[in-house]
Design a protein around this ligand. Structure first.
Ligand code: PMP
Length: 374
């Protein structure tokens, strides 16, 4: 009986691909885990201390919906410094970048609206668009994962409402350069579309500088997070900034959903401005090199330029699930590309792992390639 209660929208949300991997992973004792999208470094000490103090000082109740005042002020200052011309830009604290995404899509998308998503995409995007009653329209970015303005333009219809953009990108590690970002911003502006820019990986750029579409299209709604930058995925902290009218509606919805981001942890985040994460970026650049140099001759991939992922081509005539299954038999966890894409031609490696884990992973992948190809 209870099955019949489930809303139809749930049929459009499929988590089976990634769940299968987690189920397989749970059975391994000491896996070579290159599947998880979270940093392998601890939260910096001053941030931990500030959060512990806040808990000790009984700052454990609800915070204001938009976040604690000192954090909101800090963020607002940062945003004003970045975009001095955007008089209308307002900021608030969200429950992770995911919280910001949920609110943004519910505020912007009407049932039947089309939302453009670049393929490969972050796994949550189609699910959240479906939750808002929208329809995902994919724009293919293979083989180099660069944004192609003509393909984007061709995807626009009278029902297009928004573009969801993510650079540096999960799962490809692609960092869009100024020309690509400008093209996205111009298309959005020309068609009066909402542009949501997921900038959670902005710190992690290794070769080209980070560029935001907000630099070219002042109406851009930017979603940011603390999760990856400070290794605090479990703290559920992010922030959103964008046109006041949209931000106000998102705050209204937060009041009736998430209520607020975790209160004592917001005091922790306030200490983030004291810490310098450049060493982590240097380490991750080195890990990127390790993975690229260790695998690109066998598994073709564009050299990842940001985030902490590589999206590599499967050996010819191999299906992603089968390949991931064979990797699991060698204790290695990777994620089939079909989890992030309409295509089943690639797999994702997260290199947010120890050098030792990366070396073991490379070794297994090289061995697997010999076996699959021969
Ligand atoms: N956007 C992207 C592109 C991500 O990869 C992630 C996390 N994997 C998120 C948003 C969500 O991050 P969080 O909610 O932890 O801030």
């Amino acid at each position: 009986m209870s099955r019949a209660w489930i809303a139809r929208r749930m049929e459009q949300i499929d988590s089976s691909g990634i769940r299968r991997m987690f189920d397989l992973a749970a059975r391994l004792e000491n896996p070579i885990n290159l599947s998880i999208g979270q940093p392998d470094f601890p939260v910096p000490e001053p941030i931990k201390q500030a959060a512990v103090e806040a808990i000790g000082q009984d700052r454990n109740g609800y915070s204001p919906t938009q976040g604690i005042a000192p954090l909101v002020e800090r963020l607002q200052q940062q945003v004003v410094a970045q975009y001095p011309q955007h008089a209308d830009r307002e900021v608030f604290v969200t429950s992770g970048t995911s919280g910001g995404l949920v609110l943004a899509l519910l505020v912007l998308v009407e049932p039947g609206d089309e939302v453009i998503v670049f393929d490969p995409y972050f796994v949550m995007y189609p699910a959240l668009v479906a939750m808002a009653g929208g329809k995902v329209v994919l724009v293919d970015t293979y083989p180099d994962f660069r944004i192609n303005a003509e393909r984007l333009e061709a995807a626009i219809t009278p029902r297009t409402k928004a573009i969801l953009f993510n650079s540096p990108a999960n799962p490809t590690g692609h960092v869009a350069d100024e020309a690509e970002v400008r093209a996205v911003a111009q298309v959005a502006q020309r068609h009066h579309l909402a542009l949501i820019s997921d900038e959670i990986y902005r710190l992690f750029c290794y070769d080209v500088p980070f560029v935001s579409p907000a630099q070219f299209y002042p109406e851009t709604l930017v979603l940011e997070g603390f999760s990856k930058t400070y290794g605090m995925t479990g703290w559920r902290l992010g922030y959103a900034h964008g046109p006041r009218a949209v931000i106000r509606e998102m705050i209204k919805l937060q009041q009736f959903s998430f209520v607020c981001a975790p209160h004592p942890l917001q005091w922790g985040a306030l200490a983030a401005w004291e810490v310098d994460m450049q060493e982590v970026v240097r380490q991750y650049r080195r890990k990127r090199d390790l993975i690229y140099q260790g695998l690109a001759d066998l598994y073709p991939m564009p050299r990842p330029q940001g985030a902490f992922y590589a999206f590599a081509q499967l050996p010819p005539n191999t299906c992603g699930q089968e390949f991931a299954q064979r990797a699991v038999e060698e204790q290695l966890l990777i994620i089939p590309g079909s989890v992030f894409s309409a295509r089943d031609t690639h797999f994702r490696i997260s290199y947010a792992a120890s050098d030792e884990t990366l070396r073991r992973g490379i070794e297994v992948l090289r061995k697997l390639h010999r076996r699959v190809v021969s």
